[in-house]
Design a protein. Sequence first.
Length: 116
Amino acid sequence: QVQLVESGGGLVQAGGSLRLSCAASGGNTYRMGWFRQAPGKEREFVASIRRSGTGIYYAASVQGRFFISRDNAKNTVYLQMNSLKPDDTAVYYCAAGISGTAMDYWGKGTLVTVSS
């Protein structure tokens, strides 16, 4: 059973940056990614990356501002978020899959608040 623990959320002004981290334990992961859920909205995909570091995908809304990376030695995935906007305010969830594109495990989330 893979466990995921996110960190790095917080309050930041519009235009600022934050880096989220997600540490996985209990097993290897194939694909890791980030999703987010804003108040009153459904959870949405943000970014994902394969274990090899290839196969990187971003939601159109974050393309060019957010960057995902992973350190397999630390079993950790990162999300560097730049040029943050108030619309980026959400709970950010880390997710991991053991094969294919499905996400099998989820973290509890970390809150990111962007003030205008």
